[in-house]
Design a protein around this ligand. Sequence first.
Ligand SMILES: Nc1ncnc2c1ncn2[C@@H]1O[C@H](COP(=O)(O)OP(=O)(O)OP(=O)(O)O)[C@@H](O)[C@H]1O
Ligand SMILES: [Mg+2]
Length: 253
Amino acid sequence: MIISIVNQKGGTGKTTTAINLATYLAFLGKDVLLIDLDPQANTTSGFGFRPSELNKNIYRVLTKQININEAIIPTKQQKLKLIPSTPDLSGANVELINLERREYYLADLLVEVDKLYDFIIIDCPPSLGLLTICGLVAAEQLLIPVQTEYYALEGLGQLLTTINLIKQDIKPDLKVLGSILTMYDRRSKLSREVWQELYQNFPYYVFRTIIPRSVRLAEAPSFGQSILEYAPKSSGARAYQRLSKEVLFITNN
Ligand SMILES: Nc1ncnc2c1ncn2[C@@H]1O[C@H](COP(=O)(O)OP(=O)(O)OP(=O)(O)O)[C@@H](O)[C@H]1O
Ligand SMILES: [Mg+2]
């Protein structure tokens, strides 16, 4: 199953969710491939890799310099593999723009590896540009992290409109797995209000799991570690473990 993690809004917890969901799915015994599709390469550095020093990366795959199988690297988590990103990927937007079937570019490449994994998780950049469109078209399911903040739902309409256009024009069977509330503060009234608003207005599933605001989650990437390695007993770790179980449950895996 291919799941893209999307929200064109910056800093909503896409990368944190990509790293830790992928890690826990692998920890629970699934074969997982994580693809960093963001030129910021935060997922790549979150595993302790230096993006500019790797010559195996998604940019070189998209520009046909290497085969997708050659770009897959192991992580410390057995069963979890990574295709890294690089800042060069920002150029892919321009390089791919004139190609035929450019929206299908990643989808076509994934056909080769799809069967080898239980889950392919794609961390998309914070825009609705060509890379994200490629990420949407490649996906079977979409996971939308929503940050618990005042304007949380702003921009979700635009995202859902884009998703509907892709369903209409390109991929009728694209599904929204659900939205997941991140950086939730139990003590704040605003957090409860945002949850209620999302729950009442979001037209698809809202995950029962809520990701709390946790310093441990923010610290882990600077040590190149997932939350499972860095602070497995923390509230953030427990939340991402619950989220991965909920994903397994609702996808019948
Ligand atoms: N639950 C959390 N608690 C505390 N800090 C968090 C949490 N989730 C994410 N963060 C921090 O918030 C910032 C944004 O998170 P993250 O990078 O996951 O978002 P993103 O949506 O991938 O951002 P971008 O849109 O730039 O790709 C990061 O510094 C991250 O460490
Ligand atoms: Mg990110």
